[in-house]
Design a protein around this ligand. Structure first.
Ligand code: HPA
Length: 279
């Protein structure tokens, strides 16, 4: 079966559970999964049950699609993403993104945990992603173009929607969280960077580095969704802070700021609801 047929089958499976018209889609990064506790959950669907979904294996990513609402705003939440470093193909990595578009989401917010490379940053800060550099060495659109999804050569001049980014920054500021804007360098992982790699990433214009988001942003733009993203700076990137890096530290810092994050994101959902592809 082809990609489009698979997406239709996955979407039919979800629609059979509940008729739902989402406009917003949210992808939650490492340690940020408890956003789900701040919304009214209508349905939790484990990835393992959804036809054609690849379940994630990484710790801190439970892996379920959540149908939810915040004050009558219907939204889809991916609680746990699929990473390239787990061994999945890029097509598998972006399958959930494409499914959210198939289910009707017009706007997508991506969240992640990242290493901060800007000298002003501190662990627990946030960075609205204004642009990215794809350093994964791969691309989810490689191979024959699926014309039913989008064009062969999608424009990425404004990959991250300016209006959505501004709303995101304001929502984080309203929660009195430290938030900046910058360029996200997406790497394949799974090892953290070397200090020499971090010096290189800074020189090419990066402000934060992480192992997700770029593929999803590319796939979401390809199929016409508006995209914005925010990184939780869980650590200073290798060589910029004290000592070594660990996934435990990343999760711990994300969990400390999770409450403010969830409130800011929920505030953002309400601020941008109604801002769809037609605008
Ligand atoms: N590098 C890459 N990915 C990350 C980091 C980092 O320092 N922190 C959290 N995810």
């Amino acid at each position: 079966m082809g990609l489009i047929e698979n997406l239709k089958e996955s979407a039919d499976f979800i629609r059979a559970k509940r008729q739902f018209q989402p406009q917003l889609a949210v992808t939650l990064g490492s340690g940020l999964a408890s956003f789900v506790d701040h919304v009214e959950v209508l349905e939790r669907i484990p990835y393992a049950e959804i036809p054609h979904f690849s379940p994630p294996s990484v710790e801190g990513h439970p892996g379920q699609l959540v149908l939810a609402q915040i004050k009558d705003i219907p939204l889809l939440i991916l609680q746990g993403r699929i990473h390239y470093y787990e061994g999945h193909s890029m097509e598998e990595v972006v399958y959930p993104t494409r499914l959210m578009a198939q289910l009707g989401a017009k706007v997508m917010v991506l969240t992640n945990a990242s290493g901060g490379m800007d000298p002003q940053m501190k662990p627990g800060d946030f960075m609205v992603i204004e642009d990215h550099i794809n350093l994964t060495g791969a691309n989810p659109l490689r191979g024959p173009n699926v014309d039913a999804l989008g064009v062969r050569f999608p424009d990425m001049t404004e990959a991250y929607d300016k209006k959505l980014c501004a709303a995101l920054e304001e929502s984080f500021q309203r929660q009195s969280l430290r938030v900046s804007r910058g360029v996200y360098c997406g790497v394949a992982g799974p090892n953290y960077e070397t200090p020499a790699e971090v010096r290189y990433l800074r020189q090419i214009g990066g402000h934060a580095v992480g192992m997700s988001t770029v593929a999803e942003a590319i796939a979401a733009r390809h199929c016409g969704m508006k995209v914005c993203a925010v990184a939780c700076i869980t650590n200073l990137a290798a060589g910029l802070g004290q000592g070594s890096l660990s996934h435990e530290e990343v999760k711990e810092v994300a969990q400390k700021v999770e409450m403010g994050f969830a409130q800011a994101l929920s505030d953002w959902c309400q601020a941008v609801f109604g801002y769809t592809a037609s605008h």
